[in-house]
Write a protein of this length. Structure first.
Length: 255
């Protein structure tokens, strides 16, 4: 009981005014919120190349109800319309995803295993193929497609502006969106480069409602990388394995 009282006291002291206002937010879609989200996603979609680093936190809920968090970092490089390299570094493994406009390769350098499958010829189609056919999700993949706004607002039920915020010292505006199965928060950088700085996904289709949070940092809008950066070359002694089709695995969540 004492711990609960201390928690409530602490929360009342640190809860910002904008968060208190958000608690009373009426249902519905605020056009200013969707306008800002569209501006951010269209700006990102217009970039022909970029790289970004991210810190990711996946929440896993045990059968007891206890929640655990697992952290990883990622570095993603895009060159539209048909190049992607995404490197994910976790506690126990490193995984690199390559897409060169013709094939999709996943490499596990620590175990010297890799798998390659033919892929569609555009990044948008390759992202869908990776998720739906082989159960692979690139870091921040929800934001990488050229039509990210349409994807994020599909079946949108409510949207509003939470208020001003800071993400890693950068001024941003926090948005909140609700769908039938997923809730989404997006922090959009203020100014003439409205890049997404953070997003949080809450999966409501699961009773425990786990979250997945991504903080995006070190945006580089002019990365200089060679063509070979997007193409996997198997090193000596590496072993090729098969990627299981999605019918043999659990489908990845849409968002």
């Amino acid at each position: 009981m004492i711990h609960r009282k201390l928690f409530l006291l602490f929360a009342s002291l640190v809860l910002p005014l904008c968060a208190q206002q958000a608690l009373a937010q009426l249902a519905g879609i605020d056009p200013e919120a969707t306008r800002l989200l569209r501006r951010s996603m269209e700006y990102l979609g217009s970039l022909q190349r970029f790289s970004v680093e991210s810190d990711n936190t996946l929440e896993v809920v045990l059968t007891s109800g206890q929640k655990l968090e697992f952290d990883s970092a990622a570095r993603t490089t895009v060159r539209r319309p048909d190049r992607l390299r995404a490197e994910r570094m976790g506690d126990s493994q490193r995984q690199v995803l390559y897409y060169d406009g013709a094939s999709l390769t996943v490499s596990m350098p620590s175990t010297q295993h890799y798998a390659t499958v033919p892929a569609p010829t555009t990044l948008d189609a390759a992202l869908d193929f990776a998720r739906e056919q082989v159960n692979l999700v690139a870091p921040a993949s929800d934001l990488l497609a050229s039509n990210a706004y349409e994807r994020l607002t599909q079946d949108l039920q409510a949207a509003f502006i939470v208020g001003p915020s800071l993400v890693a010292g950068q001024k941003a505006t926090q948005l909140a969106l609700r769908g039938p199965d997923v809730d989404l928060q997006v922090w959009v950088k203020d100014g003439d480069q409205p890049l997404p700085l953070k997003y949080v996904i809450t999966t409501k289709s699961m009773a425990s409602m786990p979250t997945f949070a991504v903080t995006l940092r070190k945006w580089n809008l002019e990365p200089k990388v060679p063509e070979s950066f997007f193409r996997y070359t198997a090193p000596p002694n590496s072993q090729k394995v098969d990627i299981l089709p999605v019918s043999a695995t659990a489908a990845a969540p849409r968002k």
